[in-house]
Design a protein around this ligand. Structure first.
Ligand SMILES: [Mg+2]
Length: 420
């Protein structure tokens, strides 16, 4: 099923007025005004039905529907089934729609949709902001070995790039560049993404302080290859290239392609290949995109972290397979390490998510692992931000995050994007 996004829901809510006062909505023959042809809609209703179809609210062509006992709690998929069913039933038995409205059911559907839209938005903004918050919390601890530093409890200045408190690093810059590319290219354009990444590397585009002060080895190798060849899929795949550089910037993909699961997975893979084509990295990004999409849809934590919650049909790398099966549930530091090796970063982020029950505690667990603290923080923050929502991120962290409003605006543009 295609999941109606907040943008689809917003457009549906505009049509609601029309639905509340439906005109005489079946065609009446001109010669015989009493003749109502139930199979031919009036032009206005035809237009409305067409719009509902375009916004993915009509997907099942069954002429029946089941009203759940508790419409106030129905999920988006049930609502699509209800709307599809009512419209189809009305097509063959005129009067269904009017009855549905008269019984107050449409009012309830609309109320529920308003809530779902708000929750979806909150989770989407939470995922992008969570990434930046995790990055900013961890960046003062980057490259510090566990046990060699005082644990952080919030934003701190300093670190090896000497940033101000609340400033973030390459993880966020590259995620914002990916987001801007999706928005401005109106879809997935790897050439445009790489041009923006290169612009960041060479000119400091979307950097918190106007400079590229830190770059991963694999990303650098890919960008230099791209600068020479203009090949968008420039990511190396040699044994030393299995880093976390494409996992750390992933959130814009599941936000932008939210409605279609296959596209989330497909573009998660391709968005890694621009800079990281090692099969393990591509698999980690695919798995993580699957988790992010589930969290954006409001899945529970137990479901998300169950070994069966994974998108693969084929055999995958055994190290990732161990993580999916829950390696992090029985391990603790020093076995859990915030290393740049992609599968270790993913494991560390999932460990922090599993071991905590709110955004803040998990974020502090993640970044206080040290080492690649900012990136493990950014990976954790994408998932926890989607899961707990923007409202779940401490307000004083959001207030003190560098460029908060700018990141939130990009989040809005991602959610309410135009399509090609
Ligand atoms: Mg970084």
């Amino acid at each position: 099923m295609i999941i109606p996004s907040p943008a689809n829901i917003a457009r549906f809510l505009k049509y609601y007025e029309f639905f509340r006062h439906p005109p005489d909505h079946h065609y009446q023959g001109e010669d015989d005004p009493d003749l109502i042809d139930p199979y031919i809609y009036s032009f206005e209703v035809f237009q409305l039905v067409n719009k509902l179809y375009m916004e993915h609210f009509i997907q099942e062509f069954k002429e029946s529907y089941q009203l759940p006992e508790d419409l106030e709690k129905a999920d988006i998929c049930s609502l699509v089934k209800i709307i599809s069913g009512v419209v189809m039933a009305d097509r063959y038995s005129p009067g269904f729609l009017s009855e549905f409205i008269a019984q107050g059911n449409l009012r309830k559907v609309v109320k529920r949709l308003e809530i779902i839209k708000k929750e979806d938005e909150d989770r989407m903004y939470g995922s992008l902001l969570g990434l930046a918050v995790g990055d900013a919390l961890g960046v003062p601890l980057e490259f510090k070995a566990p046990g060699t530093f005082k644990e952080v409890t919030g934003f701190q200045e300093g670190g090896s790039h000497n940033l101000k408190a609340g400033e973030w690093s390459d993880d966020t810059s590259l995620a914002l560049a990916l987001a801007k590319s999706l928005i401005e290219s109106k879809g997935f354009d790897p050439q445009d993404q790489m041009e923006r990444y290169l612009d960041w590397y060479q000119e400091g585009y979307l950097s918190v302080n106007g400079e590229c002060f830190d770059i991963g080895n694999t990303t650098r190798e890919a960008l230099e290859h791209f600068a020479d060849t203009q090949e968008p899929y420039s990511g190396p795949d040699h044994s030393k290239s299995a880093g976390n550089g494409s996992l750390m910037r992933l959130a814009p993909i599941p936000i932008y392609f939210f409605s279609k699961k296959e596209e989330v997975l497909k573009y998660a893979r391709l968005s890694s290949c621009t800079t990281h084509q090692h099969p393990l990295v591509v698999e980690c990004c695919t798995y993580f995109a699957h988790l992010l999409q589930g969290a954006l849809l409001g899945e529970g934590k137990e479901e998300l972290l169950s070994p069966d919650y994974q998108p693969f049909k084929e055999e995958i790398n055994f190290e990732l397979d161990e993580v999916i099966k829950g390696s992090y549930k029985t391990k603790n530091p020093p076995e859990i390490k915030a290393r740049g090796y992609v599968v270790r970063s993913l494991e560390a982020a999932l460990w922090a998510f599993y071991k905590s029950d709110n955004f803040k505690d998990g974020a502090l667990l993640a970044v206080n692992l040290g080492d690649d603290a900012d990136t493990v923080g950014a990976i954790y923050g994408q998932l926890a931000g989607a899961y707990y929502g923007k409202d779940g991120i401490p307000q004083d962290w959001l207030d003190n995050l560098a460029c908060y409003n700018y990141i939130l605006d990009i989040g809005r543009d991602l959610v309410y994007h135009e399509e090609r």
